[in-house]
Design a protein around this ligand. Sequence first.
Ligand code: F6R
Length: 235
Amino acid sequence: MKMIEFTSYETLSAHAADLIAAQVLLKPNAVLGLATGSTPEGTYAELVKKYEAGRLSFADVTTFNLDEYCGIDPTHDQSYRYFMNKHLFSKVNVDMARTHVPSGTADNVEEECARYEQAIAAAGGIDLQLLGLGVNGHIGFNEPADDFPVDTHKVTLHESTIDANSRFFASRDEVPTHAVTMGLGSIMRAKKVLLLAFGDNKVDIVKRAFLGPVTPDVPASVLQLHPDVTVLWGK
Ligand code: F6R
């Protein structure tokens, strides 16, 4: 595991974008695993700049997002599909048919989860998985638990996650209580992992996750077992 500390969000974001761009330049048909949340916004803005400058093409890239809220459809401005369209997909030359976000409104959630896993496998697996880090150690929406959930599944969000995400909604009551998320196995199967965590509120959890014991109580700690993880962090 490589941990690189930054003292500004801007330099962290630029470094993350350089790593993702390098992946796409080396393998133009790369499969990228993507995250939402406030942390990767700066990274996506840097990737858009590279595309606009003619230095990067997403024409052959395939993407799979980590997660989606249940019960809000893709046109809702807090859905993760909406977020991705707004911050990245609508601003670069990615083929929308090759962008994937799990459905949070499928009638049969179990079928949707199995379909999502199969789609990732059919695309050849994820070359580079981008992650944020929840203040409780979650990655995707894999919340602290008694064991490590493996495949894409439906989760009940923890109160701390609902609190953290309520800043994006008009009121706390509007935050969905459930989500569909890739499992920790889905994330661990990615060839490379790039995790971003920035801010005073992330310092303790970065240390617990990457310098502490591997435990399902801190889901991100499982990344210590992955052979190719880069953590960009700071405050
Ligand atoms: C988002 C996701 C979450 C966030 C995490 C951190 O797709 O999977 O795990 O990465 O909640 O969110 P921010 O970046 O808003 O602090």
